[in-house]
Design a protein around this ligand. Structure first.
Ligand SMILES: CC(C)(COP(=O)(O)OP(=O)(O)OC[C@H]1O[C@@H](n2cnc3c(N)ncnc32)[C@H](O)[C@@H]1OP(=O)(O)O)[C@@H](O)C(=O)NCCC(=O)NCCS
Length: 207
C-alpha cells in the first residue's frame, strides 16, 4: 500500500500539489491540514483532517507530510511549517511529477515538489522545502537554496545560484551565472542580468 501523505495548507497551490501527488506512484493523500479558522470540509474531495495545532497527533498517525501552502512575498509561513514538521519528526519526501524531468546527475532535498512539466538539469541542486513549479526550468549547475519558490515557466539558466527563501515569479529569466541573494522577490516576467543583493524586491524597471 502507498504511504498516505498529509498536505499542510489547502489553497490554490495545494490543489496543484494534489494533482501531482495523484499522478505519482509513490504516495496517496491522507487529507489536508488547514489553519484553525478553516479546519473542516474538503479540498478536491480530500477531507480536511484538522488544523495546524493538531499536527502532533496527525503526524503520529500518518508520518509523511508535505507543505502545500504557496509563497510569493512572504516565505515565513512555509519555513515555520517545515520546521514544525521536522521537530515532530515527520518524514518529508521529495514529490516529483511523472511529467517532470530530473537529471540523474541532479540532487533534490526533502520536502521539495517538482511539478508537471518542470526540468531540473544535470549537476543542479535544489534544497529542502522548495517549489519547482509547473513548466519551470532549472538548467545545469544551478544551486537553489532552501525554501525557494521557482514559479511557473521561470527560466533559471546554467550556474545560477538562488539564496535561501527566494521567490522567482512566473516567466522570469535569470542570466547564466547570476547570484540572487537570500530572501529576494523577483516579480513576474522580470529579466535578471546581474547579481542581486539579499532581500531585494525586483519589479518594473529595476531588474
Ligand atoms: C513582485 C510582486 C510580488 C510585487 O507585488 P506588490 O508589492 O503587491 O506590488 P503591486 O502589485 O502593488 O505593484 C506595485 C507596482 O509595481 C508594478 N509591478 C508589480 N509587479 C510587477 C512585475 N512583475 N513586473 C512589472 N511591474 C510590476 C505594478 O504594476 C505597480 O505599478 P504602479 O504603482 O505603477 O501601478 C508581484 O507583482 C509579482 O510579480 N508577483 C508574482 C506573481 C507570480 O509570478 N505568480 C506566480 C505564482 S506560481
Amino acid at each position: 500500500m502507498k504511504p498516505a501523505l498529509l498536505l499542510i495548507g489547502g489553497g490554490g497551490h495545494c490543489r496543484s500539489c494534489i494533482d501531482v501527488v495523484e499522478s505519482n506512484v509513490h504516495f496517496s493523500i491522507a487529507g489536508i491540514v488547514q489553519p484553525k479558522s478553516d479546519s473542516s470540509g474538503k479540498v478536491l474531495g480530500y477531507p480536511v483532517l484538522g488544523c495546524d495545532d493538531e499536527l502532533p497527533e496527525l503526524v503520529s498517525i500518518f508520518k509523511y507530510a508535505l507543505v502545500t501552502i504557496g509563497q510569493v512575498k512572504n516565505v515565513q509561513p512555509r519555513i515555520s511549517l517545515f520546521e514544525k514538521l521536522k521537530e515532530l519528526k515527520a518524514e518529508l519526501p521529495i514529490v516529483k511529477s511523472p511529467l517532470a524531468y530530473v537529471s540523474r546527475h541532479a540532487t533534490l532535498a526533502e520536502g521539495t515538489i517538482i511539478m508537471h512539466g518542470a526540468i531540473v538539469n544535470a549537476n543542479s541542486t535544489v534544497g529542502p522545502n522548495c517549489i519547482v513549479n509547473s513548466q519551470s526550468l532549472i538548467e545545469h549547475d544551478v544551486a537553489v537554496g532552501s525554501h525557494c519558490h521557482v514559479s511557473t515557466g521561470a527560466r533559471i539558466n546554467g550556474g545560477v545560484s538562488l539564496g535561501e527563501g527566494c521567490f522567482i515569479g512566473s516567466g522570469v529569466i535569470v542570466r547564466e551565472g547570476v547570484s540572487i541573494g537570500e530572501y529576494s522577490v523577483v516579480g513576474a516576467g522580470q529579466v535578471v542580468m546581474r547579481d542581486i543583493e539579499p532581500r531585494s524586491v525586483l519589479r518594473g524597471k529595476n531588474a
